[in-house]
Each structure stands twice: as C-alpha cells, then as structure tokens.
Design a protein around this ligand. Sequence first.
Ligand SMILES: NC(=O)c1ccc[n+]([C@@H]2O[C@H](COP(=O)([O-])OP(=O)(O)OC[C@H]3O[C@@H](n4cnc5c(N)ncnc54)[C@H](O)[C@@H]3O)[C@@H](O)[C@H]2O)c1
Length: 429
Amino acid sequence: MTSDNTVAMPGPTRVGVIGLGYTGLPLALGLANAGLDVTGYDIDETKLAALRAGHSYLADVRDEDLAVTSGALAVTSDSQVLAEVDTVIVCVPTPTSTDGIPDLQAFHSVFGMLAERLKPGSLIIVQSTVPPGTTAQAATGLGQRLGLTPGEDFFVANAPERINPANAEGWNLENTPKLVGGINEESGLRAQRLLASVCKVVVPVASLEVAETAKVFENTFRLVNIALTYELEALCNGIGISVHDVIDAAETKPYGFLAHRPGPGIGGECIPVDPHFLRSVAAELNVAMPLVDQACQAAEQRPMQVVDRLAELLSDADKSVSASKVLVVGATYKPGVADTRNSPSLEVMSELSRRGAKVSYVDPFVEELQVAGERLERSTWDRSTVSAHDCVVLMTANRQVVERPLWYAAPLVLDTWNLAAAGDGIFHL
Ligand SMILES: NC(=O)c1ccc[n+]([C@@H]2O[C@H](COP(=O)([O-])OP(=O)(O)OC[C@H]3O[C@@H](n4cnc5c(N)ncnc54)[C@H](O)[C@@H]3O)[C@@H](O)[C@H]2O)c1
C-alpha cells in the first residue's frame, strides 16, 4: 500500500534528524535532497567536523553526495535546534549490554531533551529499533512532562529503519518499503506524508507496536534461520556432505525457501541485538520464546566453535594455538563496511590471543584494532606475509580479499564462508 499523500500538512516543515550514523545520515541527506529544511544533530563532534569538511564516514555515502557541503543539510551539536524544528526523527543507537539487556540510554536522553524543547504541534518519528511498546511509553512520559496529549498536541510515529549497509542488491532508502505506525491515525498520516518524500513505498501499519514488532521480528527470523543452519551443518558433517551443497540445492526451489548460510557468527547492530528486544518484552509478559532463546545462545557460541575448530585442525597438524601465528582475514561483521560492532572476528581474535596465539589481521576497512585491550598488528595481504603464518582464518569475505585468493599460500586455512573448496590444507567449519 502506498500513502495517498492527501493529509494536509501545516506550513513548511523543518526537520531535525537526531543521530547521524549508518541510518540517520542517509535519511537526513535524502530529506535534504528532497528539498526539506533539515538539520542533523549529533553529539559526536568528530563526525560533524568530517561532514562539514565534506568527508563521509560511511561506505554507502560518497563524499560528493554530502548535501552538507552544498548547504542543503545543516549539522550541529547544539540541542537548541530541537526547539526550532517541527519534526524530529530519532536515529540514535539502541544496543544491548553484553548480557542481552536493551540499552536505551541514548533513546531516553533524546526524549529527556525533547521534554525541555519540543514545540507543541511537532511530529516525532522514531526510526531507531526499540523493544515493542517503547515508543508509546516514551510518548506518554513526554506528554506527562509537557502537560500535552500525544496524538493531539504533538504527534508520534514509529518508522523503523531496514537498511542493510553495503548490500549488493541495490536496496536503499528510496526503494526499501518503509513501515509507518502512529500513536493515532493522524500521527501515522503525518509521518507517512513526510517519509513519502524520500521513500517510494510507505506502508501504513495498525499501530506503533506493529511497526516496532515487525522490525525486530524481521531480524529474529534471520537469527533463527542462521542458527538452524548451524544444526544442519553439524548433521551434514556427520553424514559426510557439504552443508553448502545442501543449501544450494534447497535454494533451487522457486518458492517457500529462503537460503541462510552458516558463517562464523552474527555481528552488527541488528541481527544479534533485535531478538533480545523481543525476549525482553516476552519476559515481561511471561511469554516463552524457546526457539528464539536457543537461537540467541547458538549465535553467541558460534565464534568459540570457530576457535575450537582451528585448535583441532592445528592439533591435527601437530601444532598448537599457543605456538601459532594466526592471520585473521576480516575484522568487520560483514564485507564492505567499516563496522566492527558485535563482530564475531573480534571474539575469535580475542580468544585466540587469550589462548596464546600471535594474532594479526587484514581488513581493507579497519586500519587500527584493539581487541581485549591490546592493539593487534595489521598485516598486508601479500603472498609472503600470508605464508609466514601457521594458518589463516577467513572471517569476512571482503571483495579485496576474495578477488586475490592468496590464502592458498598458508599451510592451513579455516574458511568459514565456503569461499574455497575444502582440501589441500583448506578446511570448513
Ligand atoms: N546500522 C544498521 O545497519 C541498522 C539497520 C537498521 C536499524 N538500525 C537501528 O538504527 C538505530 C541507529 O543505528 P546506527 O547504526 O545508525 O547507529 P550509529 O552508531 O551508526 O549512529 C548513531 C549516531 O547517534 C549519535 N548519538 C548517540 N547518542 C546520541 C544522543 N544522545 N543525541 C544525539 N546523537 C546521538 C552517535 O554519535 C552516532 O553518530 C539503532 O536503533 C539501530 O538498531 C541500524
């Protein structure tokens, strides 16, 4: 369903985008390029300085695309801007703590600022991923502090981001359908109208909670299916067949099957995080989600399986982890980005170091890396460096590495992504 764009909007809109990261910056640029008056607000002065100097810090945004330099997008760290705009779009981080508890500090601090600055009549759109129920609770709290009624005196919507950074399929802000749920009908309509200026397809949904839950369910679906491939892999290894051959075969079915692959673990800010948002609400409601619980556990354990498999392969070659030089290929959680958040590579490197290995890494996007408080050596990707290591672990399939498959120079390769056929010193999980 596409929004019908028939909602009357009061006067020209001035938009404030809060948080100029992976999701906020592309949205702020998209709205500015659509002709809206946009100010991006962020607390990170380094990012703001880069934007003002015309430098993008995101792989998906080219320097020449920065509307900041053309003057179409203003950026600031002065929260006073929130008193001047009439639409606020919240794009701040919502991670989990290491034990999976939602960390909504940044989100609540934004609502704290809005309690002092929000103009009556404003529209607030939450784009950050949040546990179901969070947007309504924040809106109610804000209304109480301001003495205003959400949905009447100010408007509230949830429109989750579904961006997949550096995806090769061309999905972007413009062509990815945008879910929009409002605290009431008018809030939803106002948010749909604004977002239709940058998203070709806006999908109205029944409520804030439907939008919030759909977003976290999408990523929970991926987590559960990836965890399922870990079980399939163990079975295939037992049978003596390749799990990748099985998934390739299943993928030829033209309907009803969506291929997921067993990699070295799940990283980033979405797939390992969002299922915990479902779990936290399920726990409050006393609803059991054993499938999700088990999938989270399997995902958490996966990097250790990589380390254990490497230890086993080294032992088979009469070597030990503690006496080995290990080259880890890829530090980020996926190819094509500089994002190391929750990356399984970091866990693998940390555990290898803890077990006494001499660990170095290659990654075209990560110049410096601290793991467990120690700075790791960044190696170059050339034949003599690779052959100087006891083994190579292929963790992230960056194009720069895949196009130059120098891993063959190492005596032992653990390939977690099926980049090369097993045999001749190359092993899979
Ligand atoms: N990265 C993704 O692929 C992705 C995809 C879909 C949804 N999301 C969700 O989008 C939200 C933002 O994620 P992101 O990846 O863009 O994060 P990010 O870390 O890349 O960017 C967030 C920005 O917010 C800023 N910030 C932090 N606290 C702030 C505050 N109190 N006031 C103003 N600015 C503040 C940070 O400096 C940073 O620049 C999260 O809820 C995330 O789960 C992310």
